[in-house]
Write a protein that binds this ligand. Structure first.
Ligand SMILES: [Zn+2]
Length: 300
């Protein structure tokens, strides 16, 4: 075994332990793989807890999933990993886990595509949800294929999350970012309000990706209100196979504002910008209650 291979085996053990410690996986959930060479992958075996692995447990497969080496069989989710390596020659490692808050969004069918954190926009962009597919079947790689060319991380409907990277730690950090982002989004939504980053600012952040040395797999999709965006539809621009080629971000037109309350619709923002009075603002019951409570508190 080469030194490189033994280092990579140890890296998988380390990432597995961190995932388990952070409760991104329970029991035998999750799987990790690394590109070992042009046609070889190093992969976690099936049926082991990711928190208690040893380097000798890993198996080596080819890009078709045929086992070349190892006492154990490769992960049951191997097909999803193989699809990623086929679609993304730049990807060196794939991580799959079931982080609870992000998986909650995946269960609720709510993608993490609102522009609320500048750092997430520069690193991951948006995090879509791949359609539900039976785990370990061919359906799952097909669901992943739709988004993997344009995204380094995605939720898997009613299942978990998938991230990729230039090495296994980069892929793991993206899993951390998704769970952290999901936790913050959940907190903001429980508080009843999200201030969204306006589209102009989102585009400015996109330009900063290069400055930070971040290689995002795809640009932000055109504004859905623009002619280009309207032609593409709500799913953004797709290639001939139906795979996304850009990242859908639900960024509102700020009309000069950099942050826009999510309760303002486009017409209201335009009215404010143009100095027209009597703007109609639609509030949810929770937002209205929060406003009233706030007012009452100030009266006291
Ligand atoms: Zn899974």
């Amino acid at each position: 075994m080469t030194t490189v291979e033994s280092t990579l085996r140890a890296d998988i053990v380390e990432v597995g332990r961190r995932m388990y410690d952070r409760r991104f996986t329970a029991s035998n959930d999750g799987n990790i793989s690394i590109r070992l060479g042009p046609d070889r992958l190093l992969m976690t075996p099936k049926g082991v807890c990711k928190g208690f692995m040893t380097p000798d447990m890993m198996c080596i497969t080819d890009l078709e999933g045929k086992k070349l080496q190892g006492d154990r069989d490769p992960s049951t989710e191997m097909l999803m990993h193989l699809e990623v390596y086929r679609q993304r020659p730049d990807v060196q490692a794939v991580v799959h886990a079931h982080p609870p808050i992000a998986t909650g969004f995946a269960v609720a069918g709510i993608p993490l595509d609102r522009p609320v954190l500048a750092e997430v926009l520069t690193t991951l962009g948006s995090i879509p949800i791949a359609e539900y597919a039976t785990p370990s079947t061919k359906e799952l790689p097909e669901a992943v294929r739709k988004y993997i060319k344009a995204h380094d991380g995605m939720l898997l409907a009613n299942h978990g999350a998938l991230t990729v990277g230039s090495d296994v730690f980069a892929a793991y950090y993206k899993m951390e970012t998704i769970e952290h982002f999901a936790t913050i989004s959940l907190a903001a939504r429980l508080l009843g309000r999200e201030n969204l980053i306006a589209r102009d600012e989102v585009l400015r952040l996109q330009q900063l990706r290069g400055t930070y040395g971040i290689k995002a797999p795809a640009p932000i999709c055109p504004d859905p209100e623009s002619p280009e965006g309207r032609a593409a539809g709500p799913g953004g621009v797709v290639d001939e196979s139906g795979a996304a080629t850009c990242q859908v971000v639900q960024a509102p037109d700020g009309g000069g504002l950099r942050l826009v309350p999510d309760s303002l619709d486009a017409a209201s923002r335009a009215a404010i910008r143009e100095g027209r009075g009597d703007v109609e603002i639609r509030l949810t019951y929770r937002q209205l209650s929060a406003l009233i409570e706030d007012a009452v508190r100030h009266l006291k």
